[in-house]
Design a protein around this ligand. Structure first.
Ligand SMILES: *Cc1c(COP(=O)(O)O)cnc(C)c1O
Length: 355
């Protein structure tokens, strides 16, 4: 596809639904902005690029994605600066990851021009939906799925790519209590844990619900072989501050390469902090808690941004974590990341892009 053929047909909504939304009490994922971007993959190329009012899709009952899971998604956030301009945070990193997921799932990749033009056109059209309240943002959900109305097991020939947006507030109202999972697994070597594909989440729901029935909010997944090493959490990468060092499991094919995680690593280094990306065992973290060397354990991801844990449970014992103080790394990096994304501080990394 050449850029000359790239044309987005924009069909604006007749009347905005924005008055239905209480922006002071946003619930994650409940409201969706007026428009969505849609493109179809047919005969080996992306065609029929359009922005239409957000609404239902019509699908064949035989739609391939619904049977064999050729489906993937991304998650990113848009903010507004004081000049009312819409800002995106590292969108090309999300595109690169989307395309890595696509390759693993035998799905077509998306050219940068289609992704960025679709995204920026949509964000400009729905700019009024980008919240300006503290801790709020417009969550952007690009996703792609197989649309062949055919139930033989093979890669689909046709796909749909959609982007829609939801104004969101804070993800967790209070610091979550997490449980180290030592029975179920999320991903194994050679599998597709690194891909943001639908199946990774469907398979995690039941183990997570079991943990919630025991009074925890989320799981810490461990490696599939020994349940000895820490991997990640629901939709968060995991990071620890131990003895002043930022420690995080190294990225592998069982761990999702989070944009928030790698941003925090770069910020920590920029601040002169030591960072270690390596294997992190459960024993090391529990040991650090017992020796009072663990300053913080937190999840990092677009939805939560930075989410310090209140407690970690392992083999039936709850280990309470230190309270997060104003000067703690967790707090500082949360505010710095938020300020960067809202254009409140200079961006030495080149991460923030105007829509
Ligand atoms: C999306 C996600 C993350 C976080 O990635 P970000 O790019 O920081 O949002 C981490 N782990 C899993 C399993 C995820 O789905």
């Amino acid at each position: 596809m050449t850029t000359e053929t790239l044309q987005i047909d924009v069909q604006p909504i007749a009347k905005s639904r924005i008055d239905e939304v209480d922006f002071d009490n946003l619930v994650f994922g409940k409201h969706h902005a007026d428009h969505m971007f849609v493109a179809d993959y047919v005969n080996g190329e992306w065609t029929d690029l359009k922005i239409i009012p957000y609404g239902d899709l019509s699908l064949s009952p035989a739609t391939a994605a619904l049977h064999y899971g050729q489906a993937l998604f991304e998650g990113m956030k848009a903010y507004k600066n004081d000049a009312n301009e819409v800002l995106m945070f590292r969108p090309l990193d999300n595109l690169a990851r989307l395309n890595r997921s696509a390759e693993r799932m035998c799905m077509p990749t998306i050219p940068e021009s289609i992704f960025m033009d679709g995204l920026t056109t949509l964000l400009r059209l729905d700019a009024a939906w980008v919240p300006t309240q503290p801790d709020c943002s417009l969550y952007v959900r690009p996703y792609m799925f197989a649309t062949d109305p055919y139930i033989g097991v093979r890669p689909s020939d046709t796909y749909k790519f959609v982007i829609f947006c939801s104004p969101v507030g804070k993800y967790y109202a209070k610091p979550p209590r997490v449980k180290v999972e030592t029975e179920y697994i999320r991903a194994a070597e050679g599998g597709f844990g690194f891909a943001k594909c639908a199946g990774n989440y469907g398979g995690s729901l039941n183990p997570t619900r079991l943990a919630q029935e025991q009074g925890y909010d989320q799981l810490i997944w461990t490696d599939a072989r020994e349940h000895k090493y820490i991997e990640e959490s629901g939709t968060m990468n995991l990071m620890f501050v131990i003895d002043g060092v930022l420690v995080t499991p190294a990225i592998s094919d069982t761990i999702l390469d989070g944009v928030t995680r790698k941003s925090i690593i770069d910020i920590a280094k920029y601040w002169g902090m030591e960072v270690q990306e390596r294997r992190v065992s459960v024993d090391e973290v529990i040991g650090a808690i017992q020796e009072a060397k663990l300053e913080a354990a937190f999840g990092a991801g677009t939805a939560v941004v930075v989410s310090p844990f209140a407690a970690i449970a392992h083999q039936g014992i709850d280990y309470t974590l230190p309270e997060i103080t104003e000067e703690s790394f967790t707090n500082k990096v949360y505010h710095y990341l938020s300020d960067l994304r809202m254009g409140k501080v200079a961006d030495p990394f080149g991460w923030v892009i105007k829509a």
